[in-house]
Design a protein around this ligand. Structure first.
Ligand code: PAF
Length: 282
């Protein structure tokens, strides 16, 4: 496995590598990332993983400075997972001059997480567009845990005609249901015990939808109150149409329920996809 830090060296390495399957990450890897790598291995001759903590997608009060940077441990895991190339550029390599050209994401990027993290998705689309142009993958794999991110990137790829296929990989969960995330490492032992409540709140809404509940505002409100009464600070709980990420219209048989909430100083996000059969049950 080659660990490469410059764009020039990466492009020289990839010139004869065949079709690339690409997994962009910010490092501090866990089993969820390794599942993305496994998916990439099924789709490309050469698997490239980028590790880059992208300053553009962090707000001024967010955790850019403290985001865990664990390159050596990450590379050990990626080597074991059979990755061909790790691209780990510096900030100066990615942004040699202040980035003045950015990709404006679709309007949905201002809702849900975007309403609480202004500019976040613009930072994501900009860095992902740059990475796509640098790596030129045939396939790129993103986790469904960042559902809105995946949605926004799919829109960018479609509308800007990036010549690649985006694959969404299922969320990996701990045994107690907590979605794997690098930010879980911020949780105290007590908060880690409390954290699966977020997924349980989503599962409760999914169960209600499957048994015919359609008062989305009530379902969202009940989940919010349940979390808040257990010490969470809720940014949003929202039932949406997975095809548009907009609030659902009548007669849908597919939903996605998304949420973001804080436990102490840690913001967790999660989501669940729900399919209803015509008879109204799963
Ligand atoms: O999901 C992430 O880790 C990041 O948002 C991404 C896609 C690597 C862009 O920095």
């Amino acid at each position: 496995m080659d660990v490469i830090h410059t764009i020039e060296a990466l492009q020289a390495r990839l010139r004869t590598a065949g079709p690339v399957a690409f997994v962009p990450t910010m490092g501090n890897l866990h089993a969820g990332h390794l599942a993305l790598v496994r998916s990439a291995r099924e789709h490309g001759a050469c698997v490239v993983v980028s590790i880059f903590v992208n300053p553009l997608q962090f707000g001024p009060t967010e955790d850019f400075q403290t985001y865990p940077r664990t390159l050596d441990a990450d590379c050990a895991q990626l080597k074991q997972a059979g990755v061909d190339v790790v691209f780990a550029p510096s900030v100066a390599e990615m942004y040699p001059t202040p980035q003045q050209v950015e990709i404006i994401p679709p309007p949905i990027a201002s809702e849900l997480c975007g309403a609480f993290r202004p500019g976040h998705f613009q930072g994501v689309t900009t860095v992902v567009a740059k990475l796509f142009n640098i790596v030129q993958p045939a396939v790129a794999v993103f986790g469904k845990k960042d559902y809105q991110q995946l949605f926004v990137i799919r829109a960018m790829v479609r509308e800007l005609n990036f010549p690649l296929r985006v694959i969404g990989a299922e969320t990996l969960r701990a045994e107690d249901g907590l979605a794997l995330s690098s930010r879980n490492g911020y949780l105290s032992a007590q908060d880690r015990q409390a954290a699966p409540r977020l997924y349980r709140a989503l599962c409760n809404i999914a169960d209600q939808l499957k048994s015919g509940g359609r008062d989305y505002v009530d379902l969202e409100g009940t989940a919010r109150r349940e979390l808040e009464s257990n010490g969470w600070r809720v940014d949003y709980v929202s039932v949406r149409d997975p095809n548009t990420l907009l609030p659902p219209i009548e007669g849908l048989n597919q939903y996605v329920v998304l949420c973001a909430a804080w436990l102490s100083a840690t913001r967790l996000i999660d989501n669940i996809e729900v399919s209803i059969d015509r008879a109204g049950s799963v």
